[in-house]
Design a protein around this ligand. Structure first.
Ligand code: SME
Length: 137
């Protein structure tokens, strides 16, 4: 019997698949709560490298989702004041929290180089992905 792949390898494959299959998903990554600290830590991702490997709760779109426990869809990042820019090519962003036993333990973060591409279907789809992810953590 094959041993199970490490979780981070599986998460990276999910990132790669999403980035490859959905043309307006240009950076796809996971952030997870960093132990007992009030911050997020970057997990597996696909796309341009980012300096933002640690994000304090409340900072940027990701940090806000760590506190709100709700999806955050940003159609136009230039209209956000609490936003952390990772790359100048990014025009929009969606962040969907991951719940394990009703606790927000992290999130999927997707950046797009297209303005306003995300619909309700993206939210429903990414909620589904996050449930699957929760089940393998
Ligand atoms: N834009 C995010 C930071 C993470 S990067 O998109 C990879 C934010 O405002 O939280």
């Amino acid at each position: 019997e094959q041993p199970e792949k490490p979780v981070n390898e599986r998460l990276l494959e999910i990132c790669a698949l999403l980035e490859e299959k959905i043309p307006y998903y240009n950076w796809v990554g996971f952030y997870f709560k960093n132990g007992e600290k009030n911050e997020l830590k970057l997990g597996p991702y696909v796309g341009a490298p980012t300096d933002h490997t640690i994000i304090p709760f409340g900072k940027g779109i990701c940090g806000q989702v760590a506190i709100s426990n709700q999806n955050f869809v940003v159609p136009d990042v230039s209209a956000q004041d609490n936003y952390i820019a990772c790359s100048i090519t990014v025009k929009s962003e969606i962040v969907v929290p991951i719940f394990v036993q009703n606790e927000n333990i992290g999130q999927i973060d997707i950046d797009s180089n297209t303005i306003d591409p995300f619909t309700d279907m993206d939210e429903r789809f990414l909620e589904f992905v996050c449930k699957k992810v929760a089940s393998i953590l």
